[in-house]
Design a protein. Sequence first.
Length: 369
Amino acid sequence: MYKMIALDLDGTLNNDEKKITEKTREALLSVQQHGVTVVLASGRQAPGLAREAQALDLKDYHGLLLSYNGGRIQDATTGEILFDQAIDRATALRFLRHLEAYPELSPIVDDGESIFTTDARRHKVQDESRNNNLKVEIVENIADAVEARGFLPVKILTAAPNEILVPRLADIRRGFEDELSFVQSAPWFYEATVKGVSKSSSLARVCERLGIERSEVMAFGDAQNDMSMLDFAGRGVAMGNALPQVKSIANRVTLTNDEDGIADSFETRNSVIPLPGKAEGYASFNLGMAPMSGFNDHPLSGYWTRLGNTIFTRGSRFYNFQGLRRYKEKFSPDWEPRYLLCTSKLVLPRVLTNLISLISRGPFGLIKK
C-alpha cells in the first residue's frame, strides 16, 4: 500500500485553530509505527515546520520536512538538508526591485532567522513571523539588505489583501516567468521559487532517493500550491474545506480539517485493514460488490438503466443498496464495473428480480416488511 504520506499544514494537518487534533496525531503516529514515511509539505519557511514535526515525533521516524513550497527538504532525524534550491542572486535582486514599483504589495524575504521588511506593520509580516518562528528585522530597502547580507532567498513571498493582490498577479510575474515559478498559496500570498520547484518536484526527488513509487504516495491538501502534489501522488486527497479546483483534481475528498479529515481517511482506508495486512504481504483486499450502484438517471440513459437507478435509489424495501455503497465508499476503493449480460431486453426484468431476490436472501426477502 502506501509508503509515504505527504501533508500540507495550514488548512489540512492543522485545524482552523492552528492545532493538530489528538485524533489526527494518533493516526499519524500509528502509520509511522508501521513504517510509513510522513512528509510535512508546506509553503512555510523552514523554521515554521518545527512545531508540527515535534508534535508528530518525526524525529523518531526519519520524517521529512519539505518547506518553501518544495525549495528545501530536510531529514527531521538527522537535520541533513537533502535538497536546497535558492533563487540566484541576480534574479532575486532584480525581482525584489521590480516589486518596489507596487508599494501596495508587501514583499517578505527571510534568511532562516529573520524576516526582512521595511515596515513591521505591513500585511502579514507579523503573522509570518509568528507562524515561522522568525524575528522581524526592519531595513530601509529589502533588495539592498539581501545584497548586503549575502544570502540567497529560497522563496520570495508577496503579500496583500486578496482584493489588492489578485489584480496585480500578472504584474508581479511579468518578465520573470522564464526564471521563477509562481503559485498563490493563500488568498493573500503569491509565492515565487526557482523555476520548476514545487511540492511535487520535491516529492519526486525524495521518492527517487528512498525507492518509493508514485503509486505508493498518498497526499493531502487544500490550496492551489497543493495541486501539483495531489496530482503527483498515487492517491491525492482534498480536504472537505479545499478550494473547488483542488477537489476537482483529487482522487478523493475527505472531511474538513476541523473534522479530522486525515484521520478519517486512515481509518477507512489505511489503518484498519491494509496496514496490518501489509506485514503479511498483502497489497490489496476485496470488498465485494455494491449491486445496482453503477446505474445512472441521465436523461439520455436508456429505460432499463434508469429503472436500475430507481431500484438503487428507492429500493430500500428490498435491500439497502445505497447504504452498502456508502459503507464501502468509506474505504476509498478502486471501483471496477461488473456487468449483467442478457439475451434480450425482455429478459432483463427477470434478471433484476432474481438479483434482488438473491441479495435479499430469497424470494421472501422481497415481501418482508
